[in-house]
Ligand binder design. Structure first.
Ligand SMILES: [Zn+2]
Length: 200
């Protein structure tokens, strides 16, 4: 994997100059929505490019109130999380046609796909590109992408809020609630993929 990143910000008065997370005393800083750390932005762009993802503006749109004034080290942190998911799971995603419903749900959970469905969809698009590149002139079929999107939609469709509220009312907490959600998700995924039972 190779990634190339670059970034440009204008100098501005009354702004801090932050490079690589370090504030440098200077008469001028850089204009921007976040802390305008041009070095972090270029690195983030390179990491996202290497992962086959949209650029930094897609994930951290200029004007997004959540990004106002944030340290760009946080942006790098998010990119690293995504790189970790790709490094750990890309083989499992490629082989996901061999997985049963329970294993698919665990894969979705490890990718944090239920909380970040758009990120997961982007990831699958990139996985398809890499599979097509590996296949060379072979036909561009990658059924894993559609199958995982169907599984994700099914897992998302269960009434997680209701189950979680009931569980909290019974005094259960984080991990126990997660376990409680897993079984209905497995059943929903199995049903969506046309399986009678829920193979592991
Ligand atoms: Zn920037």
């Amino acid at each position: 994997m190779t990634g190339i990143g670059y970034d440009v910000h204008q100098f501005a008065e009354d702004r801090p100059l932050v490079l690589g997370g370090v504030t440098i005393p200077h008469s001028h800083g850089l204009a921007g929505h976040s802390d305008a750390d041009v070095l972090c932005h270029a690195i983030a762009d390179a990491v996202l490019g290497a992962l086959g993802q949209p650029d930094i503006g897609h994930f951290f749109p200029p004007g997004d109130p959540a990004c106002l004034g944030i340290s760009s080290l946080k942006i790098l942190e998010k990119c690293r999380e995504l790189a970790d998911v790709v490094a750990m799971e890309h083989g499992n995603i490629h082989r996901s046609s061999e997985l049963g419903a329970a294993a698919l749900v665990r894969l979705l959970e490890r990718c944090d796909a239920l909380r970040k469905p758009q990120r997961f969809a982007n990831l699958l698009a990139a996985m398809q590109c890499s599979a097509m590149a590996d296949a060379g002139a072979a036909p561009a079929v990658y059924p894993q992408r559609q199958r995982l999107l169907v599984a994700l939609a099914a897992a998302q469709a269960i009434a997680a809020d209701t189950i979680a509220k009931d569980a909290m009312a019974r005094g259960l907490q984080g991990p126990a609630i997660g376990e409680l959600l897993q079984q209905p998700r497995v059943v929903a995924v199995a049903t969506a993929l046309g399986w009678q039972a829920a193979p592991g």
